[in-house]
Design a protein around this ligand. Sequence first.
Ligand SMILES: [Zn+2]
Length: 124
Amino acid sequence: MFCSNCGKEIPDGSKFCPLCGKNLTGGTNTSPSNEVTVSSTPAEPEREGKSKMAAGLLGIFLGGLGIHNFYMGYKGKAIIQLLLGTVGIIVLIGPVISAIWGFVEGIMILAGKIRVDGHGVPLV
Ligand SMILES: [Zn+2]
């Protein structure tokens, strides 16, 4: 018999051509594709600077509820101000304290005294 691939004479009944290695059994020589598409992009958190103007205005107008600190990521301070501004009403002066506190922080943010957010990322 002759190889269907290279045309050389090969022993009858050969399953493979000894000369070119062609599979002569008729079966399609499909090698299982072990290709695994790896799309592992390292999860790098986006650290975009928060807006100084927005943080400052939030502090001035909504500082009593700690909104500016929630915005900047100062969670602890934000929660204290939120509590002062809400349940703080039971001691009457609570919301007043948090409003003044927030207002002052808003001014400090706009004046550049507070320069980074709760993650240490500079305000822009
Ligand atoms: Zn051959």
